[in-house]
Design a binder for this molecule. Structure first.
Ligand code: BEZ
Length: 262
């Protein structure tokens, strides 16, 4: 039975995906693959903790090998369905304005959109003009969706999110990647909903604080707020390490580690 993905994608894209699938997904018996085949597992699945797949691509700042480009730093990779579309234009303008904040945290930024380099170049002029900014990070030219495919970003559910040839665009994904190249956060938004740059920064602050201090962060946490002592740390050890510990329940204990300076 044809999957929704197959129905939504013309032959050119399904041919592309079939040709790269064997290298990109672990070997599974034919029986198991058929038994569990769904729309979702047509593309390789990336999990929190997966190593961000490597790829080579053309970007607006030159050709890159992604792992070399990462260079052992934190990074965000964020995708956009297409150039010259309204929501994407506002998103890239907002990310461009926040670059200083990502720089302070040592986070490299790279965008992706399903068009070619000449289109990206003209689109960046529009982004700079409409958001009054100066976009200074690379945007991957992924007109053939090769990178989108290995990052499970080709839209498999919104049949209106496609180009004029009927090929599915990407969804709006964000990947936060740590210095060990591990995926630490994924966000997936539909084409109709722009993201929130402040939330992306907030999660990076949480991850970097958590890694640095051995704590976790509660709902709506922002830097400077109390953090949580994880269950693996005794209250006695937490007091030695952090000073004051507020015990609301034996399993819910707060402390304050201050604001990590950037
Ligand atoms: C956008 O507004 O960004 C958008 C519109 C249609 C398709 C994809 C993206």
């Amino acid at each position: 039975m044809a999957s929704l993905f197959t129905l939504a994608c013309p032959r050119s894209l399904t041919t592309l995906t079939s040709s790269i699938r064997p290298a990109a997904r672990p070997a599974t018996s034919t029986f198991l693959r058929r038994a569990f085949a769904t729309v979702v597992d047509e593309q390789p699945r990336l999990r929190l903790g997966s190593i961000a797949p490597n790829f080579q691509a053309k970007t607006t700042q030159g050709d890159i090998d992604f792992h070399s480009w990462l260079g052992g730093k934190w990074a965000i990779l964020f995708s956009h369905p297409a150039d010259f579309t309204p929501v994407c234009t506002t998103e890239l303008g907002a990310f461009a304005k926040m670059k200083g904040e990502f720089d302070k945290r040592g986070v490299k930024m790279i965008g992706l959109s399903a068009n070619d380099l000449s289109s990206h170049g003209r689109w960046i002029q529009d982004i700079n003009e409409t958001s009054n900014t100066d976009l200074q990070f690379p945007i991957i030219a992924d007109a053939d969706r090769k990178v989108a495919y290995i990052y499970d970003m080709v839209d498999a559910q919104d049949v209106t999110n496609k180009d004029d040839k009927g090929i599915a665009f990407t969804i709006r994904s964000v990947f936060v990647i740590d210095p060990q190249k591990k995926i630490r956060l994924t966000m997936m938004y539909p084409a109709s909903t722009g993201r929130n740059t402040t939330e992306v920064l907030r999660v990076i602050d949480s991850l970097q604080t958590g890694d640095g201090k051995g704590v976790t962060t509660p709902i709506d946490w922002i830097p400077g707020d109390d953090v949580i002592v994880p269950p693996s740390v005794s209250t006695e050890d937490a007091r030695k390490k952090f000073g004051e510990v507020r015990e609301v329940k034996p399993y819910l204990r707060f402390t304050n580690v201050g604001e990590v300076t950037h």
